[in-house]
Write a protein that binds this ligand. Structure first.
Ligand SMILES: Cc1ncc(COP(=O)(O)O)c(C=O)c1O
Length: 399
């Protein structure tokens, strides 16, 4: 069978591939600690499960409008307005199968073949392929390699007459950075001056630490609201990855066009899930706060543990949001562990997995060769074991 060029050139998600490899090793009896997970290890709140059950029993099992049930669209608009100061209404909301489909729909709606889309690098693994599927070209603009904040001047310099928009992500996967209001104001100002749209991936919106607050570019003045499409959902902040409940919040004509695209692809999101999502958004925020506090404690445990284990060889930044830590491992390249030799981050991550028995994602998957990404969405006990193994592995490296 001749496959299309599109199907042949698309790459499988490297993070999902690592996850599959780790699961294979564990199934075969291997003692591996995975710091590769991209999902909370917490259970979905029981009242959300009960709401889905009740909806199914009440016969809420038929097709709904493609954009979602009005009650959920209103609840999402209310949440964005109340929690993040984004002045949207139900008609601006498209309910999608995870934030992934929100991003995909937005790009299919906004990108024509040959258009350039700027992405801050390191970037989430799916952006390049989603842009390519829309016929666009990704232009990567590096962020500061220590603070991981974007540089407004570098952003402005990358704009050409083919540039249509920017994808940004705060709190950030893979770096854990949370963008400041100052940088967001600069991004919005440049986007307005150069007539660009902003696709803002806010899937980690509630996972911020040290008393910081997540800020959306859509909350920054009239220009921010008019130019920003927010892609988010319940996967990470509500421990609901498998439910596939995301949304796009966008200016009316974009939301409508994106719904038309979704209507020819998947139609509405699973109906009982939509009813359950209303319950998640209305739930007592205390449970979610408990999860956030636990992530914050794990973040501190991992940062302190790595700093102690690796000493001055490497700078360990303190992430402020999401549940990832990005480490610059360039000092460890071109070294040997026993008979293993590695020249790049992919070989280093493979050696760490096979010999060190700790799974991490190589930075090159995110456009950041020489880095390693760790997830702390795992128990403190696992994190402590991982730190001990990392200490042994890195301290036994030979030149
Ligand atoms: C930055 C980022 N955006 C989007 C997604 C996709 O989220 P969802 O599972 O809701 O589709 C992820 C999941 O890993 C992510 O890390």
């Amino acid at each position: 069978m001749k496959l299309s060029t599109r199907a042949r050139t698309l790459r499988p998600s490297p993070t999902l591939a690592l996850d599959a490899r780790v699961k294979d090793l564990i199934r075969a009896g291997g003692d591996v600690i995975s710091l590769g997970a991209g999902e909370p290890d917490f259970d979905t709140p029981i009242e959300v499960i009960e709401a889905a059950h009740a909806a199914a029993l009440a016969g809420k099992t038929k097709y709904t409008a493609v954009a979602g049930i009005p009650e959920l669209r209103a609840a999402i608009a209310g949440h964005l307005c109340k929690t993040h100061g984004i002045a949207v209404e139900a008609c601006n909301i498209l309910v999608t199968n995870g934030a992934k489909q929100a991003l995909y729909n937005a790009l299919q709606t906004l990108v024509d073949p040959g258009d350039e889309v700027i992405v801050f690098s390191p970037y989430w693994v799916s952006y390049p392929d989603m842009i390519a599927l829309a016929g666009g070209r990704q232009v990567a603009v590096s962020v500061n390699s220590t603070t991981f904040e974007p540089d407004a001047t570098a952003f402005e310099r990358a704009i050409t007459n083919k540039t249509r928009g920017l994808i940004m992500n705060t709190p950030n996967n893979p770096t854990g950075a949370v963008y400041s209001k100052t940088i967001l104001e600069k991004i919005v100002r440049i986007a307005a001056e150069r007539n660009l749209w902003i696709l803002s991936d806010e899937i980690y919106e509630m996972l911020v630490y040290d008393g910081m607050k997540h800020i959306s570019p859509a909350s920054i003045g009239g220009e921010g609201l008019a130019r920003t499409m927010v892609a988010s959902g319940l996967s990470k902040s509500y421990a609901m990855t498998g439910w596939r409940l995301g949304y796009l919040a966008a200016p009316g004509e974009v939301a409508e066009a994106a719904a038309t695209i979704q209507g020819q692809m998947t139609s509405n999101v699973n109906t009982p899930t939509q009813w359950a999502a209303i319950r998640a958004l209305e739930a007592d925020p205390e449970k979610q706060k408990c999860m956030v506090r636990e992530f914050e404690a794990r973040r501190t445990l991992l940062v302190n543990g790595l700093r102690r284990a690796l000493g001055k060889n490497v700078d360990i930044p303190e992430p402020k949001g999401a549940f990832y830590l990005m480490m610059n491992a360039k000092n460890y390249l071109n070294k040997r562990f026993g008979d293993y030799k590695f020249e790049d981050d992919q070989q280093l991550a493979a050696a760490l997995l096979e010999r060190g028995r700790v799974a991490m994602v190589p930075g090159s998957a995110f456009g950041a060769p020489g880095f390693l990404r760790m997830s702390y969405a795992t128990s403190r006990e696992n994190l402590q074991k991982a730190i001990d193994r990392i200490a042994v592995f890195f301290n036994e490296l030979e030149s």
